[in-house]
Design a binder for this molecule. Structure first.
Ligand code: DGL
Length: 274
């Protein structure tokens, strides 16, 4: 059994009651957090952005697994009642290890190949994702299960995670980058595009503009939120749940982008020794 190095917050537990612990390589997982917040307004949420190591897509599986175990171990020790891996790349690399080493429920996510296969009229589906997700055995297994009757075009998208981390959601440079990644999918006949990375949600307007009105864009964040609610046995309801945002990187650098993506977020905290 691997030993986890646990970094405790200054005040010990992060919430008096259990909380929903969510992490991503950076801020992309806020797209999942937003759906969880909408569905479960009374829950406390703690979000960790592993900004010191973003993008995960550029690291190997063992490294990403180690990061998942460190952050998952921290959130579990701090009192999380469930762990949400709001990152397709980390799910592919780390979820089996997290389930093996942690006792709390772990919810991961993967590109929505099954709903895309049901939605396509042309029989061709495009997947935008990181190199890490697309090379993973988990993604290959997903294609075997749900993609065998359709054509699947995959497009790794270096630069798109960084654009979101920098808050460059609407710049001309980002528009060109997105168009470059979307165009081959459309030219290949895809009429459904899967957002296979939680960061890409924040570039959805540019992706939809590049794809055109006849293309359906699918992401999985609301399905993940429903799965979290089901695993917790909670139904939607009122309440005043709080949220805390933490980063392994520079809080100062991240703060303005956090506020852009989550207005009213408040101050992001630094996890310096994680
Ligand atoms: N948000 C992560 C995902 O869903 C991005 C991974 C990365 O940092 O490369 O895959």
């Amino acid at each position: 059994m691997m030993r986890l190095s646990i970094c405790r917050s200054p005040d010990g537990a992060l919430s008096k009651h259990g909380f929903i612990g969510v992490f991503d390589s950076g801020l992309g997982g806020l797209s999942v957090l937003r759906e969880i917040r909408q569905l479960l307004p009374g829950e406390d949420l703690v979000y960790v952005a592993d900004s010191a190591h973003v993008p995960y897509g550029g690291h190997d599986d063992a490294f990403i697994r180690g990061r998942g175990l460190a952050i998952g171990g921290f959130l579990a020790a701090a009192g999380a009642s469930i762990l949400v891996v709001a990152c397709n790349t980390a799910t592919a690399a780390a979820v089996p290890a997290l389930r093996e080493h942690l006792t709390l429920p772990v919810v991961g996510m993967e590109p929505a190949v099954k709903p895309a296969a049901a939605a396509t009229g042309s029989g061709i589906v495009g997947v935008l994702a990181t190199v890490g997700t697309l090379r993973s055995a988990r993604f290959a297994a997903l294609l075997d299960r749900f993609g065998s009757d359709i054509g699947v075009l995959t497009e790794p998208c270096p630069g798109m995670v960084e654009a979101v981390e920098n808050g460059a959601l609407q710049t001309e440079e980002t528009r060109e980058l997105v168009t470059r990644h979307v165009r081959p999918l459309i030219q290949g006949g895809a009429d459904v595009i899967i957002l296979g990375c939680t960061h890409y949600h924040f570039l959805r307007p540019l992706i939809e503009a590049a794809a055109g009105p006849d293309v359906t864009v699918i992401d999985t964040s609301s399905a993940v939120a429903r799965q979290v609610a089901a695993r917790l046995g909670k139904s939607p309801g009122g309440g005043g749940g709080g949220q805390r945002f933490m980063t392994t990187g520079s809080a100062e650098r991240l703060q303005p982008v956090l506020e852009m993506l989550w207005p009213g977020a408040g101050s992001i905290e630094t996890l310096s020794d994680l």
